[in-house]
Design a protein around this ligand. Structure first.
Ligand SMILES: [Zn+2]
Length: 388
């Protein structure tokens, strides 16, 4: 693709806001960024997006494309044919992309179908978001999300599961260190594996070059995931048998460790209320996220898009906005969903700088003065191709 330029009244580069900017794009990459008002070389076609802000495309570090965000997303993915599930996944991916979410990390599918979708979308630039794939989450027999097909028992089976994911071409290993709310008979505060089992999974995944995301909703599972050396702790709900507790030593250790907390922020306002068990603990869990931030933990937003009616596949812009209610300033909230998320995913994205992929989002006005502007989308580019 020949060189083209995008001019906007302001530009967020992933960590800082600039005034009027021109971004040069060629062959799917950003090749130059002009913020000094210097004139472009003659002959380069310019798309002038006027009074808007250009940002790196947003990155959601935790979604389930195969969950349809209905009141019962499980039945469809358990009972559906591969073709039906792929249909749901394609629709989820398009909804994300049109909202300017140009990368999603799918942390749990069935039959490794997100690999099929990832490879299908790679055939045509701009046909979908970048997808990072975990495949079916590794879980215990009868454990959280066992119905997705990733249940294993014992050290040998854990090793085999990690190796299978690597052999199939997955981007990341997802393991359910604790139970979860959506699985009957499973409890978020209860561990599903020993610390030694988690450690084995991390060692093998890292040997094969794959990061490990641990679903850990209980305090005990968070301690074990931390000790095992996982790369991200998903959810981090700090659940105990009696409620939400944030032990000071755990907050300190999480902040000091080379891991990132992927917090499950983001709810569509005015929608269906979450399940009672979730609603009860929600405010305590969000308070825990603020405490983690105040302790200096590295954090990103992984919305868990698809798990319910409050979390459709374009919920991330709401999550960014809602992070300001948890203690982030608008700049920090935007950075979490762009530059930091790209670093956590190991991607050359999330920043507007030469060499980065040209996954871009333009929104009306200035999102720093009003983050609701993130939902007033003026343009979306994926790999340099304008898709909206
Ligand atoms: Zn999830």
């Amino acid at each position: 693709m020949p060189m083209r330029a995008i001019r906007t009244a302001r530009m967020f580069d992933g960590t800082r806001m600039h005034g009027e900017s021109v971004v040069l794009v060629e062959d799917g990459r950003i090749v130059d960024v002009e913020t000094s008002g210097r004139e472009l070389a003659a002959g380069i076609p310019v798309t002038d997006l006027g009074d808007s802000c250009l940002l790196p495309g947003l990155i959601d570090t935790h979604v389930h494309l195969g969950f349809d965000a209905s009141a019962d997303p499980i039945s469809a993915i358990v009972a559906g044919s591969d073709a039906q599930i792929l249909g749901i996944m394609r629709a989820s991916a398009q909804r994300s992309l049109q909202a300017g979410i140009t990368t999603v990390r799918d942390l749990g599918d069935r039959n490794f179908l997100s690999l099929r979708l990832r490879d299908e979308l790679r055939q045509v630039t701009g046909s979908g978001p970048e997808i990072l794939v975990a495949g079916p989450p590794i879980t215990s027999v009868g454990g959280h999300c066992h119905f997705l097909g990733g249940a294993v028992d014992g050290m040998d089976a854990l090793l085999e599961a990690v190796r299978e994911r690597h052999a199939r071409g997955c981007d990341v290993v997802k393991i359910m260190a604790s139970g979860g709310n959506i699985t009957p008979g499973s409890a978020p505060y209860r561990n599903q594996f020993t610390r030694e089992e988690l450690r084995l999974v991390v060692l093998e995944a890292h040997r094969l070059g794959l990061p490990v995301c641990a679903h850990a909703q209980g305090v005990d599972s968070m301690r074990d995931a931390l000790a095992a050396g996982v790369d991200t702790i998903e959810h981090a709900f700090f659940m105990t048998e009696t409620g939400v507790e944030t032990p000071e030593d755990l907050l300190d250790d999480l902040a000091a460790a080379p891991l990132t907390i992927s917090m499950s922020a983001g709810l569509i306002p005015g929608g269906v209320a979450p399940p009672p068990a979730v609603a009860r603990s929600l405010s305590s869990v969000f308070a825990a996220m603020t405490r983690l931030k105040d302790h200096g933990a590295a954090m990103v937003i992984g919305t868990d898009a698809g798990v319910g009616p409050n979390k459709p596949h374009d919920v991330l812009p709401y999550a960014v906005e809602q992070a300001t209610g948890l203690g982030w300033d608008p700049l920090g909230a935007l950075t979490m969903a762009t530059a930091t998320a790209a670093d956590v995913c190991g991607l050359r994205k999330g920043r507007i700088q030469p060499g980065a992929d040209a996954d871009l989002l333009a929104v009306a006005g200035d999102p720093l003065t009003d983050l609701a502007r993130l939902r007033d989308v003026r343009a979306v580019y994926r790999g340099g191709v304008r898709v909206r």
